[in-house]
Ligand binder design. Sequence first.
Ligand code: NAD
Ligand code: UPG
Length: 449
Amino acid sequence: MGHTPAPDAPRLTVIGTGYLGATHAACMAYLGYEVLGVDIDERKIAMLSAGELPFFEPGLPELLTKALASGRLRFTTSFAEAGEFGDVHFVCVGTPQTAGSPAADLTYVDAAVAALAPHLRRRALVVGKSTVPVGTASRLTSLLRELAPAGDEVELAWNPEFLREGFAVDDTLTPDRLVFGVASEWARRRLRDAFAPVIAEGVPVKETDLATAELVKVAANAFLATKISYINAMAEICETTGADVRDLADALAYDARIGGRFLQPGLGFGGGCLPKDIRAFAHRAEELGVGRAVAFLHDMDEINHRRRVRAVDLVREIVGGSLQGVRVAAFGAAFKPNSDDIRDAPALAVSRTLHRAGAKVRIFDPAALDNARRAHPELGYGENALDVARDADVVLLLTEWTEFREIDPEVVGGVVTHRRVLDTRHALDPIRWQAAGWEYRALGRPAHV
Ligand SMILES: NC(=O)c1ccc[n+]([C@@H]2O[C@H](COP(=O)([O-])OP(=O)(O)OC[C@H]3O[C@@H](n4cnc5c(N)ncnc54)[C@H](O)[C@@H]3O)[C@@H](O)[C@H]2O)c1
Ligand SMILES: O=c1ccn([C@@H]2O[C@H](COP(=O)(O)OP(=O)(O)O[C@H]3O[C@H](CO)[C@@H](O)[C@H](O)[C@H]3O)[C@@H](O)[C@H]2O)c(=O)[nH]1
């Protein structure tokens, strides 16, 4: 904790202490600020106060411990305490997809602002970090001014967050950029005060209006989702022409204008962000009468979904027909490696479909096993990769954890019934697996690879 707070540094609250908020709170305390984390979930607050992280994120437990020990980080469920304590309040609550609709569910954001506002009795800045449909900030500004005793003294800004799970600490301490959506010079300066140590490291700051800041976030996620779906669309073409999407992607990536990042073909995107964000963006554009501008996002969503369908079809092909009674070893449940997050996880979607088709699926994941078990008790689970591979008719690599990449095909081969593997993430070395007598298949690659 080598950072010294500036004497006039604002005191921060972080409302919503999930993947984003807990990371933000611990990192800001690490950077020298006095921080109060606020959540309505008492269990979460008790855990965080005791230095226990309620989710898996590399590097964050250590940072949380240090931040608590410094005395600069505390947690509470009291909005009165938050209003009394904070000069700058970051709103980090969830904005999931609404059940039965593509729209973002804004009830948590509205509730958080409505709970905080009555306790804002002096000049304060409320900063939205949650991902929201454009126009939300303008609506929340009116709500704040109506409910806050300090009235016009309370301002709203938008500071969208771009961190990736698995890299959340680094992405928070050294982000690619900061985006500040502000409506006044005072708000602009206050936000700069709240990020002074990050800005001092040379991180670029883009200052803009509230609507643009809201849009930057969904535009970025829509672009990333489109890039992934683009290469997966090419995988579909490869599958019908006998071409190899792995070689295609590698060849495209040499062109610096295209680049190889987010061009990994495979089972497609999942998680608590990209899927729901592209749906909410398309929906919001339709509400605004400009749906045609981003109508392609519906196609991106469908391409993404078809990868999951294709993976199941390929399992059928590999086992030669019916899935009834087929024993499947599923390596992975999390939506990506280095995370325990199973929100819209492609891996679990495939396992669930196979289970519904009569297969006997057993899953192992290094971090997401408990979450998967809780959410899908109907599926089978094992304590390690070898355990779930025992007597399997086919092995599926669904989440590309390093542990799975490095697994010895000879050792796995010793416990399965049939040496057949489907690599949905292009994470295994086909030559090594084939040399060990495995029939190796991968999405978007010809059977002989
Ligand atoms: N997870 C990420 O990597 C990430 C990255 C960038 C942006 N975002 C965005 O950040 C937001 C939060 O995402 P998350 O993944 O951290 O979600 P999450 O579900 O992990 O956390 C949300 C937290 O908000 C709390 N909460 C709900 N209502 C509340 C209220 N009224 N008052 C106080 N707390 C309340 C919940 O109890 C929960 O702890 C979303 O808008 C998401 O799109 C997430
Ligand atoms: O080339 C690729 C890259 C990613 N994925 C998949 O795409 C999903 C999303 O991956 P990633 O973007 O790394 O994870 P998130 O933590 O969801 O982060 C995204 O969503 C966050 C929440 O909005 C943003 O802050 C981040 O910038 C944005 O990358 C995962 O299922 C990956 O397996 C691919 O299939 N191919």
